[in-house]
Design a protein around this ligand. Structure first.
Ligand code: PLP
Length: 370
């Protein structure tokens, strides 16, 4: 019942002719060398592609490798990307600092204003956004984004890490390419690092062509862990969403919390999009501003006992980060403000614990840090 784990990096052939034939096409069906293809990695790719409604998928050694691989496969020196600025900090710095070194520039736009996006798409190579942005959890209007990208004749590339295909399948809303950090919900147990790109055969060929040469391949063991994670993805995501909603409601009522950001809460600016695109669910991550700013936020996090001070999200345990000092250090104060991240902003990724225990821990730490 457990899928086989094929750790082999290389495959033997009975005769030289067969070997030569199989090696002709690195993109063929057979197995020659594991950087080209591996049965366990193929199985994970097929499972995620199926769930996203894509023709195929290519797995990578990390989410960043998947994102960078996609950008590099689609763009060359002199090209321009249009991306929303409400992004994971690593993606933001890839676009704003790293890619310009290779002649690829990015124009940043506001996720809340898809109509303004169309004005800057002329001559761009692709449009990029996250279904639920990290860390302020703004939901992107995927159909509107897809519409403007289609009018400009360019692909919409969506990072669906926070939503997972359980909450949204961006290809159904018109996206051409979906990327994931499999490290998060797909893995789900804080023990695998991986990424995956789901798309059409045509785009996949372009992406594979680049990545076979660059080599950011997912290891078979991590693919096997990803397959195990996939079997409980729907259950975990539904439960985590319910837990996150309970925690968000408790924090909303707490006077020590200045603002709470969670797309499924009444009054949240993304609520209408969560209703329309995420089936009313808000995902597993919420953001909140602790009254008292940076120092109070740090003191509060120091008093937590159940919720762990740790990077990442999407796993079984509840993890908290102080965005300004951990995940979004690449952003200047002005950039933080533009991305809607205050000095006291905490990103909480809710796990599978009893939500009452999580709420008790948060409330106790808020009291102790007052
Ligand atoms: N995309 C999002 C939305 C993320 O939150 C992250 C990591 O936190 C990444 C991509 C990068 O993934 P990885 O850490 O697997 O490289």
């Amino acid at each position: 019942m457990s899928p086989p784990l094929d750790l082999s990096t290389t495959y033997e052939f009975d005769d030289t002719e067969e070997f030569a034939e199989a090696s002709k096409s690195k993109y063929g069906d057979g197995y020659v060398y594991s950087r080209w293809a591996n049965p366990t990695v193929d199985a994970l790719e097929a499972a995620v592609a199926d769930l996203e409604g894509a023709e195929g998928a290519e797995a990578f050694s990390s989410g960043m490798a998947a994102i960078a691989g996609t950008f590099l496969a689609l763009c060359e020196a002199g090209d321009r990307i249009v991306a929303v600025r409400q992004l994971y900090g690593g993606t933001y710095s890839l676009l704003s600092e790293m890619l310009p070194r290779y002649g690829i520039e990015t124009t940043f736009v506001d996720v809340a204003d898809p109509s303004a996006v169309s004005g800057v798409l002329d001559g761009a190579k692709l449009l990029y956004c996250e279904t639920i942005g990290n860390p302020r959890v703004q939901v992107a209007d995927l159909p509107a984004m897809a519409e403007v990208a289609k009018s400009a004749g360019i692909p919409l590339v969506v990072d669906n890490t926070f939503a997972t295909p359980i909450l949204a399948r961006p290809i159904e809303h018109g996206a051409s390419i979906v990327v994931h950090s499999a490290t998060k919900y797909i893995g789900g147990h804080h023990d695998l690092l991986g990424g995956i790109v789901c798309t059409s055969k045509e785009w996949l060929e372009q992406i594979r062509h680049l990545t076979l040469e660059l080599g950011p391949t997912l290891s078979p063991f991590n693919a096997w862990l990803g397959l195990r994670g996939m079997t409980t993805l729907a259950l975990r995501v539904e439960r985590i969403c319910a837990n996150a909603r309970a925690v968000a409601e408790a924090l909303e009522a707490n006077p020590e919390v200045n603002a709470i950001h969670y797309p499924a809460l009444d009054g949240d600016p993304s609520k209408h999009l969560a209703d329309r695109l995420l089936g009313g669910r808000g995902g597993g991550v919420l953001g909140f501003d602790v009254a008292g700013g940076r120092e109070r936020a740090a003191a509060f996090q120091g008093h937590l006992q159940l919720v762990e001070r740790a990077a990442s999200l999407g796993g079984i345990r509840s993890l908290i980060v102080h965005a300004a000092s951990v995940t979004h250090t690449q952003l200047s104060s002005e950039e933080l403000e533009a991305a809607g991240i205050s000095e006291g902003f905490c990103r909480l990724a809710v796990g599978l614990e009893d939500p009452e225990d999580v709420v008790d821990d948060l409330e106790r730490a808020l009291k102790l840090s007052a």
